[in-house]
Design a protein around this ligand. Structure first.
Ligand code: SAH
Ligand code: SF4
Length: 361
């Protein structure tokens, strides 16, 4: 039994069975989510006998760190975790807005200012079943869903690490290995757990969940009116092009997908982000940009374009800077806001879609 898989009620119930008072559950909750304890001995406010019982019956750390790597520019750390069943998952921390080599500037009382963003990219599955051709995770295939607790534990791991430097995680993106909407319940449970004001208290708006476009789940997400940011991996402006890259497009066509996005906007009033991996000569021409703009007209959205990251299983090349800028300008002239994201962590295979679950040499 993994402690992060239990909500406060479940911990309370467990303690009841052990004839412990309910306030002990709150102490455990605070220890986990406010002090980031990861072993029973750290809960010094609990009686020794209870700590012993917890150690015997409950797992506090669901994975071991197989290896971690820092990018050469020091702004990105990738950690490879091994789960008890030997599956591997990865989580990546990206530092923005300050020189990583100057900790004095990074540390601030709250650690949450715009100048020192700490964005954590976490996994929701080991592998992925969606098979997108340019994605390293897709290339490795599906291994299994992560439990809510295994998703939560990735955040707690980094929260603990950053705390030592008086820093905090400021944003969490569910863009690591896996398709969050294929593991919907566990993913939402993890978000709710981290969101709890009596626990980690991580605001809904600081999460971004990214989906390849599972239409029924987008509609469900919209109906739940969550304040979590939504990103959609679009990558193509017509079905023929999209189906050749993202097999899921056989099932859910672009127009159906965009209808679900419009529904999301109508339900939540929130803007949708469209992810676009710029692939040289494939989806980066001004014609494609104009086609895309026509499709997105009237939808509250913006396009997040990122030059393709190389993967072993896909031949496409990244768009160069000049073409990327032209793509962005063409979209913007047609009224669709677009940003080009910087590539990060390429030297440690920690860029988007590169989380293959194996250590790069
Ligand atoms: N399964 C979800 C979230 C994980 S993928 C999804 O697909 O949205 C995170 C993002 O990385 C997605 O937008 C995905 O399309 C993108 N991506 C995958 N492989 C990439 C690559 N080689 N280069 C750039 N982006 C990539
Ligand atoms: Fe899965 Fe997303 Fe990769 Fe597609 S891009 S294979 S959905 S992780």
């Amino acid at each position: 039994m993994l402690i992060y898989d239990l909500d406060l009620d479940q911990i309370t119930k467990l303690l009841e069975e052990w004839d412990e008072p309910a306030y002990r559950a709150q102490q455990i909750w605070q220890g986990l989510y406010q002090h980031f304890y990861d072993s029973p001995e750290q809960f010094t406010n609990l009686p020794k006998s209870l700590r012993g019982r917890l150690a015997e019956h409950v797992i506090f750390s669901p994975f071991t760190v197989k290896i971690y790597q820092d990018s050469s520019d020091g702004t990105t750390r990738k950690t490879l975790f091994e789960l008890p069943d030997q599956n591997l998952i990865e989580a990546v921390l990206m530092r923005y807005g300050d020189p990583a080599d100057n900790p004095q500037i990074i540390a601030s009382p709250t650690g949450r200012g715009a100048k020192n963003r700490r964005t954590l990219c976490i996994s929701t599955q080991a592998g992925c079943a969606m098979g997108c051709v340019f994605c390293a995770t897709g290339q490795m295939g599906f291994k299994r869903h992560l439990s809510a607790g295994e998703i939560v534990a990735q955040v707690m791991y980094y929260a603990r690490m950053l705390k030592e430097k008086n820093e905090t995680v400021t944003n969490v993106v569910l863009m690591g290995m896996g398709e969050p909407f294929h593991n919907y319940d566990n993913t939402m449970q993890a978000i709710d757990r981290l969101n709890d004001p009596a626990g980690y208290n991580f605001g809904a708006r600081r999460f971004t969940v990214s989906t390849v476009g599972l239409v029924p789940m987008i509609r469900r997400f919209a109906d739940e009116k969550r304040q979590v940011n939504l990103a959609i991996s679009l990558h193509a402006a017509d079905d023929e092009a999209r189906v050749s890259m993202l097999p899921i497009n056989k099932k859910y066509k672009i127009d159906e997908l965009l209808d679900a996005c419009r529904y999301y906007v109508s339900q939540t009033g929130r803007r949708v982000t469209f992810e676009w991996a710029l692939i040289n000569g494939v989806n980066d021409t001004p014609e494609v940009a104009r086609k895309l703009a026509a499709k997105l007209r009237g939808l509250l959205c913006h396009v997040n374009a990122i030059p393709l990251n190389p993967t072993a299983g896909y031949e496409g090349r990244a768009t160069d800077r000049q073409r990327a800028v032209l793509f962005k300008e063409t979209l913007e002239q047609a009224g669709i806001p677009c940003t080009i994201r910087m590539r990060r962590g390429i030297d440690i295979q920690a860029g988007c879609g590169q989380l293959a679950g194996s250590v790069s040499s």
